[in-house]
Every structure is written in C-alpha cells, then in structure tokens.
Design a protein around this ligand. Structure first.
Ligand code: GDP
Length: 197
C-alpha cells in the first residue's frame, strides 16, 4: 500500500464520539516516548501528522486520521507517564478499554515496544489484557537503529520467551526505525492485507 492522502479528522474523549464506523480502522498505542508519533509520521509520509514528543498531562484523546479515503489510522494516548495523577490514569484506562472492546470497526491494535528494553510490567499487563479480551493485536519493536541488529533480535527473542509464559500463540511482530524507515513496507503490506480480508 502507498499512503497518498492522510488527514486529521477528529479527537474524541470517548469511543461513542468517534467517527461513523463505515471504514476499517487500525490503532497505535504504547508507552509515552516509545516513538509512536514518529512511526505514524513515517508510515503516512507526513512530517507532522502526529505530534512528536508530547508532554505529560497533555489532553488524552483518541485521534482519528483518514488514510487514502479508505481507512482510519487511530493514534491512542500513550500510557506510563510517571507524573500523571491516579485519577487521570483511571480515566485513560476506562476510555481505552471501552474503545478497544466496543469499537466495532477496529481491525487490529499495534502495540509499540521500545526494542532496547526488557519486558516492562506496564506493557506486559496491557498485552495480557488484550489477549484475555481476544482483541486482535500486533507488536512493533521501535527505534531499532539505536542498537545493533543482533541486539534487537535477541531482545525480541527474549520478549517472546517472556510472553510464552502466558500465551501459546504469539501475535505478529514488526521491527521499525522511524529514523531509517525500517519496517515501513512490512507494516504497510500487513495493513493492506488486513484491509483486503
Ligand atoms: P511518542 O511519545 O511515543 O509519540 O514518541 P515520539 O515519536 O515523540 O518519539 C520520542 C523520542 O524518540 C523523540 O525524541 C524521537 O525523535 C525519538 N524517536 C522516535 N522514533 C525513533 C527511531 O526510530 N529512532 C530513533 N533514533 N529515535 C526515535
């Protein structure tokens, strides 16, 4: 797939406010600073579609972008800001959980993981929740340019071993670098596949 057109549609504070469900949609989520905005901008060939390096406490909204007049790319608010109050975290949880469970045209959620880190409890908890709820997802290991290929591969193998404690079957995985453009074609091909099925 080539992304020829990408435009911001709306920000919603609740899944009921999201655009009509006539088009398929795919969402991206991850810990703050994992590289989600950079990845969205890389995929859409757009320098500034998603804002890079957000601040803690910024408004936590579900952002819809229309791609090629064909599908929605959804930028979900990042989790894991240490400085965010508990009440904010709970609000985030309810909003995201409702969206993920109830949004009927959601085809897949892409969970971004920093390829340099060992499995982090906050990510694993979220991944396990997705598995329990049977919500289709894929993993994206980001910032691969920050270390050698070998290191990234062994970090991913370690991650998979860790998840196998809980799950027999693991989701599709991708490796990306928004700096180098790595993983872009693979992700776009996968999205095309999901749209066509
Ligand atoms: P977000 O908070 O998840 O949206 O993360 P951002 O996209 O804002 O990125 C956080 C920081 O990581 C910024 O300083 C980016 O320039 C940097 N970054 C994001 N992706 C990459 C990548 O693939 N490679 C490198 N080297 N840095 C990246």
């Amino acid at each position: 797939m080539k992304i020829k057109k990408a435009s911001f549609i709306t920000s919603s504070s609740d899944y009921t406010q999201c655009p009509p469900t006539g088009l398929p949609e795919f969402a991206f989520i991850g810990r703050s600073n994992v590289g989600k905005s950079s990845l969205i901008n890389m995929l859409t060939n757009h320098g500034k579609l998603a804002k890079v390096s957000g601040r803690p406490g910024k408004t936590q909204l579900i952002n819809h972008f229309l791609i090629n007049d064909e599908w929605y790319l959804v930028d979900l608010p990042g989790y894991g800001w240490a400085k965010v109050a508990k009440s904010e975290k709970e609000k985030w949880g309810a909003m995201i959980h409702d969206y993920l469970k109830l949004r009927e045209n959601l085809g897949c959620i892409f969970v971004l993981i920093d390829s340099r880190l060992d499995p982090q409890p906050i990510d694993v908890e979220f991944i396990n929740w997705l598995g329990e709820e049977q919500i289709p997802f894929a993993l994206i290991f980001t910032k691969s340019d920050k270390q050698s290929k070998n290191k990234t591969q062994s970090a991913i193998a370690k991650y998979k071993r860790y998840l196998r404690q809980f799950w027999e079957e693991l989701p599709p995985t991708f490796v990306t670098s928004s700096m180098k453009g790595e993983g872009k074609e693979e992700l776009l091909m996968y999205l095309q596949q999901l749209i066509s099925t």
